[in-house]
Design a protein around this ligand. Structure first.
Ligand SMILES: N=c1c2ncn([C@@H]3O[C@H](COP(=O)(O)OP(=O)(O)OP(=O)(O)O)[C@@H](O)[C@H]3O)c2ncn1[C@@H]1O[C@H](COP(=O)(O)O)[C@@H](O)[C@H]1O
Length: 107
């Protein structure tokens, strides 16, 4: 569970890079290219916002999973992995939100 499920999903998505778009939704997205993946992220974000407005827990979880999946597809397409995101989240663990905000505005 936890990080492992995202690692396994990442490995599955990487294996879809050269898969048949007729049998893999991920391969279909890869074949369509970055604009199609970004469009899906926009749509899924909007669906999550609507679910949150409705306030039904199962729906929020369902739409969050859809969005996470599409973000994972984007990371894979960009040659990145969830490990890169984990590293960034681990870096932030020891930093308060205000410190992080100050560091960003100083850039
Ligand atoms: N987690 C997911 C996942 N979440 C969402 N989706 C797809 O994303 C779609 C999002 O649905 P929408 O509601 O936006 O609408 P839709 O009309 O179905 O999608 P579009 O045709 O509009 O793009 C779903 O219908 C699924 O096809 C996913 N597809 C795959 N996975 C994982 O990826 C693995 C590999 O999948 P394939 O590449 O299909 O083998 C699977 O085993 C799963 O673990």
């Amino acid at each position: 569970m936890n990080e492992d499920v995202l690692r396994r999903l990442g490995a599955t998505l990487a294996s879809r890079r050269h898969a048949d778009p007729a049998v893999s939704y991920t391969a279909k997205l890869f074949a369509k290219g970055p604009d199609a993946i970004l469009k899906k992220i926009g749509e899924e974000s909007a669906e999550l916002i609507m679910a949150a407005k409705d306030g039904e827990a199962d729906h929020i979880v369902y739409e969050s999973a859809d969005l996470l999946y599409h973000v994972m597809v984007l990371l894979t397409f960009c040659g990145l992995s969830i490990e890169d995101v984990f590293r960034e989240l681990h870096r932030r663990e020891g930093v308060s939100g205000i410190e992080e905000k100050n560091a960003r505005t100083a850039k």
